[in-house]
Design a protein around this ligand. Sequence first.
Ligand SMILES: [Zn+2]
Ligand SMILES: [Zn+2]
Length: 458
Amino acid sequence: MNRINLTAQAPEAGRLDRAPVPDATALIRGAYLLDPRAGLDGVGDILVRDGAVAEIGAPGTLEAPDGAELVEGEGLHAFPAFVDPHVHLRTPGREDEEDVDTGTRSAAAGGYCAVLAMPNTDPVVDSAPVLRSLRERARAEARIPTGFTAAITVGQNGERLTEMAELADAGAAAFTDDGLPVRSAGIMRQALRYQRLCGGVLALHEEDPTLSRNGVMHEGEVSAVLGLAGIPSVSESTMVARDCELARYEDGRIHVQHVSARETVEIIERAKAAGVQVTAEASPHHLLLTHDAVRSLDTHFKMNPPLRSEDDRQALIDGLRAGVLDCIATDHAPHSREEKEEPFEPAPMGVTGLETAFAALHTDLVLSGVVDLSLIVERMTAGGEPFGIVVPTLAKGAPANLCLVDLAAEWEVGESGYESRSANCAFGGRRLTGRVRMTVAAGAVAFRERSFAIEAVR
Ligand SMILES: [Zn+2]
Ligand SMILES: [Zn+2]
């Protein structure tokens, strides 16, 4: 599989694009460096220069070169920046909800150094011209390297494959019909054959529409009490089982998006053990919330797949720990205020999450002692790995992709608005602990909190 280089020098050489920005020269002093993959776990200095991590040293040992920014890192943590393989930038077509500029600002504010955008736009990203125009737009507007996925089927109608080879040549980051499942096993088989020829991966929104029907939440005791139509767990798990079998048969590579059910975790675990090339992601909302939240009929708890039971949530956490779930992806899905203000049943599915992912996971899983901080950092950093994107690291010589986080900072979600153009966040109004102060993406400063001061060396 091709490896994509995230360095600032040549983002266009890969399948990720961003607007041109100068490389940062910055000395971050005395931050706690945590990078599980590189084995970094202690206080140190880190020098960013020429797009790379130029030096790492014991605290107080690195000299700032002329013109460098001095960043006081004391009391802060430095992590490799996060990669989100599943965001909706709503461009083209719904720029009133999000666009490349606001979506990537939102990502940078959440500590992300790269994102992959979904193709369920208007028009659908199912042809090379649409893909090329998006890449052009990213080269003008994107704050961080941004990749665009292309649809598996024309118009995402599930009937005819897109020109996958041409789209791969045009720089598609992956293929997915996200938002909709690929209903037909025959079409999925064909897609897997093309995937093998073109490389890359098929990212799959798994749901059997004949089982989901008109469901609006998880099918279980809460849906029964509320009298709402449910989406059963088997709607997801039966399709994942089908596609793992097809991937095994065709020797194809699949990535299961937003896993929500215990059964799905178990199927992926067995498929991996059998050597199937399958990876999987879980979202912060599925890791932290359950269908109990829907009792409020607040549409900020309406998403697809739906929030499921506490037992499912525990299975996702176990799956994350065990590595059955390879990474965390937000499925950041902006919707207009008017649409989310509709009653629960007609309201659209989906929530935003780029700006709250780390803080929500830190508050509810790390501070409560459920999982280690290093696990969350590793799984949030690993989001691009199934797609051939080099995993960010703080190791010397690596492309500079890092975020500085104040783990003690408390804040109320939405109190000072969002970088995203939309506000439909599942954690809106919650008090969270942990705040991203600064993000460096591909060598350049992509986000700096307004109040976070730096000084320049003359
Ligand atoms: Zn989806
Ligand atoms: Zn999605």
